[in-house]
Write a protein that binds this ligand. Sequence first.
Ligand code: 5GP
Ligand code: ZN
Length: 134
Amino acid sequence: MKNNCIFCAIAAGEIPSFKVYEDELVVAYLDINPFSEGHTLVIPKVHSEGLLDTPDATLAEIIVRVKKVAAHLKAALPCDGFNILQNNGEAAGQTVRHVHFHIVPRTGGDALAFANRPGDREHLKALAARVRLA
Ligand code: 5GP
Ligand code: ZN
């Protein structure tokens, strides 16, 4: 298996997947451990580990594919909305080190919860000043 990477193997067709979209740049397939009905992964065919080592031009092209696949899923499923998730690093829950975008279809009243906690406004203000891009 190239790079010892399971997603490279899926992109190459060496490992089976439930593909929902493919073109010259990306492949999209159903997650085998779905958060919800239709949970799909969109990956570039060329290996990179995460957001930061993926070329800007590639990312720009991938997000258009994410949009296309999400629109299709929204039309094709009982789906009221969707989340896009993109994990980077073990601490963030990334388990497969090949950059990927999750599309998680949502329906009103589903049991999925991405819990928010109220942020401290002063802390948020200072943090934004510290991390803001020039
Ligand atoms: P991460 O946690 O790295 O952001 O997400 C990796 C995702 O890949 C997980 O949701 C996991 O269920 C999925 N996954 C891991 N191995 C395979 C596989 O062999 N095939 C498919 N279709 N999904 C996989
Ligand atoms: Zn890979």
